[in-house]
Design a protein. Structure first.
Length: 318
């Protein structure tokens, strides 16, 4: 019997995409019947109790610039990068050189782009309040929606890379040095540092009514990935292939994990009402536990000398 991450005679694509479509539809319904603002106002999305309005505007603008310039440098790099991906036709996992816009196939790129969009829109809202520009009520809906999606996707990317992708690739003996290049470090570690800092200084209030937004973002990527694999000839992640025997289970778990990450952020934000110091320390602890900056393949493990080594070694005479 085939395992969850193995192939069988049954193609689970239709079942998987149907379930994802149902989740997507339910999320849209929840947004429709819910209160789009949920306690946020133009003031709360634009200002900060910890920083001046120009201060948080500058911080957001800088992070947005970092995100977009990183994405641009990756896409425009003519050398590209060699990744281990799943070939669509052969279903074999192995190295492939990827360049240009094709590198946007990775969820990490989607997540980091979303992060840049959030910081750009929120920065604009801060500048608008500071300079008295007209800002529609749409901003009080859009900024928290982007914020909730950016938080959940950033956590998902970082935790998946730290605790799943790097250890699995290292165990397989694959080259994992690309995870520790400057751009990857920004997208796998810097993303969480940026969003945790934003959580510490912003006045945006989260609630369970914002849960559908990260789910919609993840569902959209799943549908894109299935379409893009037929065009590009590969899946960026071997576990996301909808033809896997347990694909429908895997995808529901991934959407569930995305939801859990948002609920975690919502729970942590509630600590701010009890103790801001405790809230900040919790954010620091999350950042420390989620990120990884050292390449495990660089670690040299001590091995005891074999009997043959002992027999051939020369000991100093007494």
């Amino acid at each position: 019997m085939a395992g969850v991450r193995e192939y069988s005679d049954i193609d689970r694509s239709l079942t998987t995409f149907s379930l994802v479509g149902i989740v997507l539809a339910l999320s849209l319904v929840l947004i429709y019947i819910g209160d789009g603002f949920q306690g946020n106002s133009i003031s709360s999305i634009s200002s900060s109790e910890k920083l001046s309005t120009p201060g948080i505007a500058v911080f957001r603008a800088i992070v947005s610039l970092v995100c977009f310039s990183t994405i641009a440098s990756i896409i425009l790099d003519p050398k590209g990068m060699t990744y281990n991906v799943l070939d669509y036709e052969t279903k074999l996992y192995g190295p492939r050189s990827i360049t240009g816009m094709t590198r946007m196939s990775a969820f990490t790129m989607w997540s980091f782009t979303l992060l840049g969009v959030y910081f750009a829109v929120s920065s604009y809202s801060s500048w608008a309040v500071h300079y008295g520009w007209e800002l529609g009520e749409w901003a009080a809906w859009l900024v928290p929606a982007l914020f909730s999606s950016a938080i959940a996707s950033a956590f998902l990317v970082t935790i998946t890379v730290t605790y799943m992708m790097i250890p699995e690739a290292n165990e397989r003996g694959h080259n994992i040095t690309h995870y520790f290049k400057w751009d990857s470090q920004l997208m796998h570690n810097g993303n969480v540092i940026f969003i945790l800092t934003e959580m510490a200084v912003s006045n945006i209030s989260l609630s369970l009514w914002y849960l559908p937004y990260p789910v919609i973002f993840a569902s959209t990527y799943v549908l894109f990935s299935g379409f893009n694999a037929r065009r590009s000839g590969f899946y960026f992640y071997d576990f996301i292939d909808p033809r896997l025997n347990g694909s429908h289970i895997i995808h529901m778990v991934l959407l569930g994990v995305m939801s859990i990450h948002f609920i975690l952020a919502l729970t942590v934000q509630g600590l701010a009402e009890l103790s801001f110091t405790g809230y900040v320390l919790t954010l620091v602890a999350i950042g420390y536990l989620a990120t990884t900056f050292s390449n495990p393949s660089d670690c040299l493990l001590y091995t005891s000398p074999s009997p043959r080594d002992l027999s051939t070694s020369r000991m100093p005479s007494s």
